[in-house]
Design a protein around this ligand. Sequence first.
Ligand code: C6P
Length: 405
Amino acid sequence: MSFNINDTRADFPILSQKVNGKPLVYFDNGATSQKPQVVIDAISNYYQEINANIHRGVHTLSQLATDAYEESRKKIQTHINAEFDHEVIFTSGTTQSINLVTNGFASLLQEGDEVMVSALEHHSNIVPWQMLCERTGATLKVIPMNEKGELIMADYDKLLSDKTRIVAVNHISNALGTVNPIKYMIDKAHEAGAAILIDGAQAVPHLKPDVQALDCDFYAFSGHKMCGPTGTGILYGKEDWLNKLPPYQGGGEMIKEVTFEKTTYADLPHKFEAGTPHIAGGIVLGTAIDYMNSVGFDNIQQQENELLAYGTARLLEIEGLKIYGTAKEKTSVISFNIEGIHPYDIGTIIDKLGIAVRTGHHCAQPIMNFFKIPGTIRASFSFYNTKEEIDIFVEAVKKAQQMLS
Ligand code: C6P
């Protein structure tokens, strides 16, 4: 599949915008990706043509909306290579996907059990597990990392034991871009008799996870980081695990039968999908996945790897600049600081020059504590970014440095 950057950029109307009078340079893709025209159109087409509630009405529109929603579920199943479509649960995002699992595990854990997360996690993959430990008396263990921002596998091996009930680790770190050795971690967790959840929020914009080949028990991700709408997400879970977990929320759609004496629950996936979902979002997440596949993940990775190499080299020209996160395996995220300057100040100045980056702790405070810094400037590139944009960005950072020194 050939890749033409100009054609690809033309798919994203927002990229031709000016911000603060300057052409937009959008390097905050780790926070959320931009949306191609096909996705924007699909949202408005849904509301113009088939808007209705799903799984409820016999009327034509309801059936059309239900079919589109379920087709999207199948598309996502194929995309991540899940064995069954009912292993694909629609959620509002990675955060909700993880909370669904931690809530379910509350009925499975007791004092003396251990739950393991890593030093590289986003707060969404820390706090719900801490809350679970508070509820159940289980203990939270943390896999440490080294100065490069890589998890230390020798320590992981030592921490695993017959007390470990579940390991929760991200596929790719949002703050540093580290790609974790998740296949190794999944196999080791299973050897110890533990389940494992992978937070794939930062992975799905860059690669196609194969949940069967990985053999993970749960894989959580958000739609909005992969060209889809906000408020959409997926929890993949192995059928056996999803059957074992109790429902997350009670309400319409998740029941078989309700009486005041007793309620029985619907089969998968509906057991976990109480209430009217984000129907348009769920359908259009399928459109976004089609779009990403049409660009091609090989092309996406090639473009992003080039941007990472170029961006790293160009930024290192700047005196006093330090990059945090130098793992051997990393994606197109560059987190950095400049000596003596607060990241927020750089972010504010370059925003005036039309450049969008994220500054701060990136919802990963333990990583910042590890490096003893308040935060970083994070440039996260997508396949629709260019080297020319990196040049503009580097010049802007240099200018900010001059102004602030
Ligand atoms: N990270 C970032 O700027 P939600 O908000 O539910 O869509 O995703 C939460 C989440 C979970 N795990 C990882 C690894 C993430 O990166 C994120 C979201 C964004 O880095 C917004 S804080």
